[in-house]
Design a protein around this ligand. Structure first.
Ligand SMILES: N[C@@H](CCC(=O)N[C@@H](CS)C(=O)NCC(=O)O)C(=O)O
Length: 216
């Protein structure tokens, strides 16, 4: 079977899919698609013009959350969604907390202003936007995550690695590429948790590959 992920490694949403595939031991090729100004052909497989798209032979599925859901049903082991209904509900919410919340208020400001704008779009960094995200948005987002983490080996939802950990960590990888680090003095559990997640082989391999691109 031909399995491809259409997108670029710098996208936190593409990374979600690549980490899920790695955790499930599934091989794929990365088909480079830069997300701005996509072709009419690409819009046929991604009607919103966004990356990632998963391809398996002639089956094309856009949207990282849809893809993770598909992968879980098609390749159930190891599970990346908690079995318990309430923990599963929480995991799905945390995926949205990352994809809709951290992405919009944190990554969209800091990673975009420091990396995407200057390097790929010829736009200078707007330092006011970066400082607002660092000083006002990220602390609130991080306080909530800090409150969810209990033990030293904990995960965000349930007692094993899940889509919640994939989605949240993926945003913080982009933030790290943009030189943003969680202050371990103020958010000790979150900082330790992210160190553990970044060291997990599925993330570590991609982070190393991406650092060559960003030097972060
Ligand atoms: N909900 C989508 C979001 C994907 C997304 O926003 N991707 C960005 C790149 S990081 C993109 O393709 N942006 C281009 C655009 O919005 O036109 C998912 O989870 O896959």
């Amino acid at each position: 079977m031909t399995r491809k992920v259409h997108g670029v490694g710098a996208s936190p949403f593409v990374r979600k899919v690549r980490v899920a595939l790695a955790e499930k031991g599934l091989d794929y090729e990365l088909e480079p698609v830069f997300p701005f100004g996509v072709s009419a052909d690409f819009k046929k497989i991604s009607p919103l013009g966004k990356i990632p798209v998963l391809q398996e032979d002639d089956y094309y599925l856009p949207d990282s959350s849809a893809i993770l859901d598909y992968l879980e049903v098609a390749y159930p082991s190891p599970a990346l969604f908690p079995k318990n209904a309430r923990e599963r509900g929480r995991a799905v919410f945390l995926e949205e907390y990352a994809d809709g919340g951290i992405a919009a208020k944190g990554t969209g400001a800091i990673f975009f202003q420091r990396i995407v704008g200057p390097r790929f779009m010829g736009q200078p960094t707007d330092e006011a936007v970066v400082q607002k995200a660092i000083g006002e948005e990220m602390p609130v987002l991080q306080d909530y995550l800090e409150g969810l983490l209990t033990g030293p080996n904990g995960f965000l939802a349930g007692d094993s690695f899940s889509i919640a950990d994939i989605a949240v960590t993926s945003q913080f990888v982009n933030l790290a590429h943009a030189q943003y680090r969680v202050d371990a003095a103020r958010w000790p559990k979150l900082a330790a948790y992210l160190d553990r997640m970044f060291a997990r082989p599925s993330f570590a391999k991609l982070i190393e590959e991406e650092r060559a691109m960003f030097g972060g």
